[in-house]
Design a protein around this ligand. Structure first.
Ligand code: MCA
Length: 509
């Protein structure tokens, strides 16, 4: 069954209700009936371009109605939606298009000059269509007149892939996580119950929509519930607070960096959020200071939850009941979580720190065209290795306490050091390097690179950062570079990142 079926139900139940509204220009809004009609027409348009079930349709667009219509229409058609971060520069983008075998690619027309040169040598790509979301009439003109695809494609099973989201890892290039209709439905149902979603809810949507959090948790969640979503195209803390108050929003979902920015608005206390019923935090560890700051400033206890691209949401603090500071709460309905010993793989008793493993209908099908990497991600008895370390308390609450993988999380975005190291060592002046995450008040962690130069070579910090930004999304570029004569290594020759962190990271948070 398509995960969109619930949306169809909402179209029947609340045809005239406001479904989506962009609150920054171009101002656009659609009722549930209008949204349904436009998704149907967009699906007809995609069909007229020769796409159908199973085809990958890549989207690298701003947060716009065009993005949402193309995404929902892709899924209605039974094709696979591939949302891509706008920050990816052409080289990274080409890899995603190639690896996914995207058949259609929708990109921004202002990026045309950068994108056109990479569109060669992509055998599966049939067409790249450039879109200008600042002029909605252009897209309306393209979809107008196409046959309306009134019904969702009925997947042959819930294991049909609906969305592919690329995630990086400790080794190799990013992998496409295949998220199925079954995964999406299971997650939506459990969050609906756990967070008490209702059709009267008004969500202020402040996140990007090319990640799981903004797309599959916030936006799908509100559409599934028949609620209203007010979308900010770009996040601005003051504007967000104004809208939470003036538009009587009931729900906000964000990452700790955004919550901190709300607290940093000089007259934040003036904004009365007492009418709100739910403010969640995820994608990164919620600092105690932000948790407490929210209670003191807004009188709200943030609800921290835990998810992954490969699984959607796994654990959450309760809607009613104790929201425990520093804890990710309890497993969501249908999700099983266990803690195991890293060496033996055996389950550990409560209170002991070990690997966090997961099982449930929310767990993804595998990595696109990567059966070996998929197999490595699961235990022989079918549990997903999350790469996180944590423990369970005797009352069932889980707490994360680090990562067994070398992941850095900056502003809610995942960055794996090898991605950055691979680029740095390509620079002619760099002999070797090691990338670490240092605690940072604004971003949670910031990327710092320790670099050893080739004999006789010179390069500045600014030049190396600029070099990284040419090849990587800007948020993955180091915020600072530390030049070293050599890197600390263990007896096996492996760089000791813990020693680097100790030496160069000053505790800021
Ligand atoms: C922007 N910059 C960053 C980041 N974002 N640097 C490090 N980390 C970042 N996350 C840099 C830009 O490169 C730029 O640098 C400068 O900051 C300003 O860029 P701008 O785009 O204006 O930033 P912003 O609008 O202030 O964005 C900050 C943000 C954004 C609003 C916190 O990063 C954001 O929306 N983060 C949420 C990400 C998210 O949704 N994650 C969920 C993943 P320069 O000026 O030098 O060019 S899903 C997930 O994790 C799982 C499933 C889960 O559980 O949710």
């Amino acid at each position: 069954m398509s995960f969109l079926n619930n949306l169809n139900g909402n179209v029947l139940n609340f045809p005239d209700k406001l479904a989506l509204e962009f609150i920054s220009p171009p101002l656009q809004s659609l009722t549930y009936a209008e949204l349904d009609a436009q998704v149907a027409q967009t699906a007809g348009y995609l069909q007229s371009l020769g796409t159908g079930p199973g085809d990958r349709i890549a989207l690298q667009l701003t947060k716009s109605l065009e993005f949402i219509l193309l995404h929902l229409a892709t899924v209605r058609l039974g094709a696979i939606s591939l949302p891509l971060n706008l920050a990816y520069p052409p080289d990274e983008l080409k890899y995603f298009l190639d690896d996914s075998g995207a058949k259609l690619f929708f990109a921004l027309d202002i990026s045309k000059d950068n994108i056109e040169p990479i569109l060669t040598g992509l055998p599966e790509l049939k067409e790249c269509i450039f879109i200008n979301p600042t002029n909605p009439e252009l897209f309306n003109g393209s979809i107008r007149g196409h046959e309306k695809l009134a019904h969702n494609h009925d997947p042959s099973g819930s294991s049909d892939t609906a969305i592919i989201v690329y995630t990086s890892g400790t080794t190799g290039r990013p992998k496409g996580a295949e998220i199925t209709h079954g995964n999406l439905s299971a997650n939506l149902k459990s969050l609906h119950t756990a967070w008490g979603w209702r059709s009267e809810d008004v969500l202020l949507h402040v996140l990007p929509i090319f990640h799981v959090h903004g797309l599959m948790v916030a936006m799908h969640g509100a559409l599934h519930a028949g609620a209203t979503t007010l979308l900010m195209r770009e996040f601005d803390a003051r504007v967000a607070l104004q809208n939470l108050v003036e538009r009587d929003c009931t729900v906000l979902m964000a990452v700790p960096t955004i919550h901190r920015r709300l607290l940093d608005v000089p007259d934040a206390k003036k904004f009365d959020l007492s009418h709100m019923r739910l403010i969640t935090s995820g994608s990164d560890r919620l600092p105690d200071e932000v948790f407490k700051g929210f209670q003191a400033t807004f009188g709200h206890t943030l609800l921290e939850r835990y998810g992954m691209t490969e699984t959607g949401m796994n654990c959450s603090n309760p809607l009613d009941g104790e929201r425990r500071i520093g804890s990710i709460g309890l497993p969501l309905p249908g999700v099983e979580v266990r803690i195991t010993d890293s060496e033996s793989g055996l389950p550990l008793p409560d209170g002991e720190i070990g690997d966090v493993q997961l099982r449930g209908p929310n767990v993804f099908k595998g990595y696109w065209r990567q059966p070996e990497k998929t197999a490595q991600s699961f235990t022989t008895d079918g549990w997903l290795h999350t790469g996180d370390l944590g423990f369970r308390e005797s009352d069932g609450y889980f707490t994360l306490c680090g990562r067994s993988k070398d992941l850095i999380i900056s502003g809610g975005l995942n960055i794996y050091p090898p991605e950055v190291e691979r680029v740095l060592v390509e620079h002619a002046a760099v002999e070797t390097c090691a990338v670490i995450g240092c605690p940072d008040k604004e971003w949670g962690e910031k990327i710092v690179a320790a670099v050893v130069l080739e004999d006789g070579q010179t390069v500045t910090q600014a030049e190396l950062i600029a070099f990284c930004r040419e090849q990587l999304a800007a948020y993955k570029a180091p915020k600072s570079i530390i030049f070293q004569k050599e890197l600390p290594r263990n007896a096996m020759g492996k760089v000791q990142k813990a020693a680097l962190r100790k030496k160069f990271c000053q505790e800021e948070i």
